[in-house]
Design a protein around this ligand. Sequence first.
Ligand code: FMN
Length: 192
Amino acid sequence: MNVLAINGSARKNGNTHILINRILEKLNCAGIKTQYFEFADSFIKPCRACFACGGIYNCIQKDDVFHTVFENMKSADGIILGSPVYSANISASMQAFLERSAVICDMNAGLLKHKIGVGVVSARRGGALNAVDSINHFFLNHEMFVVGSTYWNMAYGKMEGDVLKDSEAMLNMDNIAENMIWLLKKTIQGER
Ligand SMILES: Cc1cc2nc3c(=O)[nH]c(=O)nc-3n(C[C@H](O)[C@H](O)[C@H](O)COP(=O)(O)O)c2cc1C
């Protein structure tokens, strides 16, 4: 059982990292292998709309980290997508990643089928629900199961570390992790 986490923030150790890490710690304690990628040092190029990904199961653009991250996404049982809120939605890096991934999945049906998805976002004040929705739309459009919690998966904070003061959000991350573990064990054991 393995889970891939992707952080779309431009900051290396910022709030989104803290949220994702809180979930990964719990997954690791439950014996689930995890991998973590971040786009802080990378530039994800936009989709070229060439539709050449049909039958090749990845993007033909090979000069950025997209290829590696997408390969890991294909082999993961669970996917955590974390993003800061930029302009009331997910970051440009995460948007570019999801646009390219979505076209590949449309051209090669079933690539993410039955994987477990968790989306988390950090925001200073506005647009968090849009960002959560954008991530969930991606999961739901590709036959994945979305993990719920007791509130939408968002935390408030501006500067690095501020989300730690949002104690309700941090407890919510623990609950998301528990629900993800439960769903992974229910759906994966005996099936893959
Ligand atoms: C370019 C940019 C745009 C932002 N736009 C918003 C926004 O629309 N709404 C909001 O609440 N916060 C906004 N923020 C604040 C970030 O969402 C917030 O600082 C978040 O915690 C950053 O997470 P990180 O530390 O993982 O990068 C913006 C920050 C940046 C750098």
